[in-house]
Design a protein around this ligand. Structure first.
Ligand code: SAH
Ligand code: SF4
Ligand code: F3S
Length: 497
């Protein structure tokens, strides 16, 4: 009898990709994935630590499982990902019924950890299976040994017929070296490690051969990619883009996230301009509009430098679509400084922004150094104010697209669910806004399709569900805040493209 596995993922695209790879490995070992945790013998949460809210969701899931574990000692419960790494064995104090703990830097070990817990019954005996960067020999082993074993996880990707690969992620860099003062990622994901270009290209090819239409390259500061070959040669991010574009001519869309505003080379912008299948879209978080706050955040640029970069990108590609992230209520943020963030949003005309209230994270520099002194109600007010400004900007930039015909990748029916699948930050304000529109809009949105343009704009239009996964030309007829509405272009309808 195959063991039944339930895996739920929280957090960013890195986690979505890790879950896919881990699931592939566990399936190869005979596990069968199920949609509901009640049917599962093994329950795994792939977790995120970036804000407290993300962790709370997992705490409550684990709390719900306490009684079931008492009644079914053979049930195996695993916590993997960033929360496992950040909390480490402390997690057991609160949730002693967790059997497996595995950080994102050790996921190549997960199949054997789960296997030990299930087959040898260590789960039932209360013996823990643990693999964390801080806890194991990996810290003491050489970085290149760690790279090699982790590389095997990405290389293990197996694509079976029937797998949903239309949109796929490919990692190019792991970890982060930036140490922004508020952020847990450098601690949970470890130092920056770049993957060999040949392996990346191979993976993109494999996915394209299996039917991928859009591949998104992943890295926390993706434009920092540079791979040092054994003979001393280096492959830069720009070179990697050119190489993928040339080596995989059948891939219609190539994207990448997340960009860091500093050190974005002209060559990389030129690659975006020159390669027709690279989407002209950048997600390049600014985080704040005040130079003093940016300094406290250790971001390494001023708002003027950020604006210079945006202008430079638009100089190369006037039609580029740009998204950003902002944190409001960072310690000591004044009203005047908050207004500088508002001004930056207006000045940069972002397609959309993900806006977060500062959340102090254990282990970060900010929690040690600064008191979380902006009251919750002020954080909330600033959050809403910035969101309202961004929505005006989004509405304007969307209105400019009305009348144009844009290529849309059909993702499916326009339901809230399909929005969350592609969002970098689940349950962000963007999704909530979308939900409220649906609830108040009397038109039968369920019968509409939803897709994304090359610039990552959301487009809804009437069509048959069989068009899912296709690239179609859609004429934009109207715009509402974050969503465009359109109809299939004549040529597309008649040619059935
Ligand atoms: N590597 C990306 C961001 C990864 S985290 C970058 O540097 O741009 C995703 C977003 O979460 C960040 O851009 C930031 O806006 C937000 N974030 C990170 N830590 C946070 C914290 N402690 N409180 C609130 N928001 C946070
Ligand atoms: Fe976090 Fe900064 Fe690294 Fe982004 S660049 S992951 S915000 S430390
Ligand atoms: Fe969260 Fe870890 Fe990603 S903290 S945002 S899952 S890198």
């Amino acid at each position: 009898m195959p063991r039944k596995l339930y895996l739920e993922t929280f957090g960013c695209q890195m986690n979505v990709l890790d879950s896919e790879l881990v699931l592939g490995q566990l399936r190869a070992q005979g596990y069968e994935s199920v949609d509901h945790r009640d049917q599962a013998d093994v329950i795994i949460y792939n977790t995120c630590s970036v804000r407290e809210h993300a962790e709370q969701k997992v705490w409550s899931r684990l709390g719900e499982l306490r009684e079931r574990k008492a009644a079914e000692p053979n049930l195996v419960i695993g916590v993997i990902g960033c929360m496992a790494e950040r909390d480490g064995t402390n997690l057991f104090k609160r949730h002693p019924h967790v059997d497996v703990l595995c950080g994102p830097g050790e996921l190549d070990k997960l199949p054997s950890l789960v296997h030990n817990a299930v087959v040898t019954g260590t789960g039932a005996k209360g013996e823990r299976q643990i693999a964390l960067m801080g806890n194991t020999s990996r810290r003491s082993s050489t970085l290149s040994a760690a790279e090699d074993t982790l590389e095997l996880l990405d290389l293990s990707r197996s694509i079976s017929p029937g797998d949903e690969v239309t949109q796929a992620y490919v990692r190019i860099t792991r970890g982060c070296n930036k140490f922004c003062t508020y952020c847990v990622v450098p601690y949970t994901r470890g130092p920056e490690v770049h993957r060999p270009p040949a392996n990346i290209i191979e993976e993109v090819k494999k996915l394209t051969d299996a039917g991928s239409k859009e591949v998104t390259l992943l890295g926390q500061t993706i434009n920092h990619y540079h791979y040092k070959h054994g003979d001393g040669r280096e492959t830069s991010f720009a070179e990697l883009l050119y190489q993928i574009h040339e080596a995989v001519p059948d891939l219609p869309r190539l994207r990448f996230v997340t960009s860091f505003p500093r050190d974005f080379s002209d060559q990389a912008l030129q690659a975006m301009r020159d390669c027709s299948r690279i989407c002209r879209y950048l997600h390049v978080p600014a985080q704040h509009g005040s130079d003093r706050v940016l300094k406290l955040m250790n971001r390494g640029y001023t708002s003027a430098q950020y604006i210079d970069f945006i202008d430079r990108a638009r100089g190369y590609m006037p039609d580029i679509s740009i998204a950003s992230d902002f944190i409001v209520g960072f310690p000591t943020e004044t009203e005047v400084e908050f207004q500088q963030t508002v001004e930056l949003v207006k000045r940069c005309r972002f397609k959309n922004s993900f806006i977060f209230k500062y959340s102090p994270r254990p282990g970060t520099i900010a929690i040690d150094r600064f008191e979380d002194d902006v009251p919750e109600e002020i954080k909330r007010r600033r959050n809403n104010e910035l969101l309202a400004v961004q929505q005006q900007v989004s509405a304007q930039s969307n209105a400019e697209l009305v009348g144009q015909t844009l290529e849309v990748m059909v993702e499916g029916e326009s339901k809230l669910v399909s929005r969350q699948a592609r969002s970098a930050y689940p349950a962000s304000q963007v999704e909530l806004k979308w939900e409220s529109r649906q609830l108040t809009d009397p038109s039968p949105v369920e019968t509409q399709l939803v897709g994304r343009t090359r610039g990552d704009q959301v487009v809804c239009f009437q069509g048959d569900l069989s068009l899912k996964g296709q690239l179609l030309d859609v004429q934009i007829t109207s715009a509402q805040n974050l969503t465009l509405f359109g109809k299939l272009a004549e040529a597309t309808v008649s040619q059935g493209k």
